[in-house]
Design a protein. Structure first.
Length: 122
């Protein structure tokens, strides 16, 4: 009984036929490369977003003016895990919208506190 193989290892080039990937299950290399590129693109966006939010979180923590002017956004940063990105969008968006609506009042309060503090030092 003679057994025939699709690939003859003794043939030049390992005996691989031209359409080897097609024989190996119809894998389309273009689709695989595109899927990998899409995955890497999404992952890079996530990493950049996390890095940006982490830097912003540090800015809030180190600058009292920002946390005074945008208190709701500061609380959202302080209390939420940056690695839980899907739930952060609505949370930050709502907090930031509320802060923007209250910004004139927050600014007046912040300036009043600065003036009070400055008058105590004189």
């Amino acid at each position: 009984m003679k057994v025939s193989f699709l690939i003859d290892p003794k043939a030049p080039g390992g005996g691989r036929p031209d359409g080897f990937l097609d024989i190996a299950g119809g894998i389309d290399v273009t689709k695989v490369v595109q899927a990998l590129a899409d995955f890497l693109s999404d992952r890079i966006k996530q990493e950049l977003t996390i890095a940006y939010l982490d830097k912003l979180k540090k800015a809030f923590a180190s600058n009292p003016a920002i946390s005074s002017l945008l208190p709701n956004t500061y609380e959202a940063f302080k209390d939420n895990d940056l690695f839980n990105l899907p739930s952060l969008g609505p949370t930050f968006k709502g907090a930031f919208a509320k802060d923007l609506a209250q910004l004139p009042d927050n600014f007046i309060t912040y300036i009043s506190v600065l003036v009070c503090a400055a008058s105590k030092w004189e």
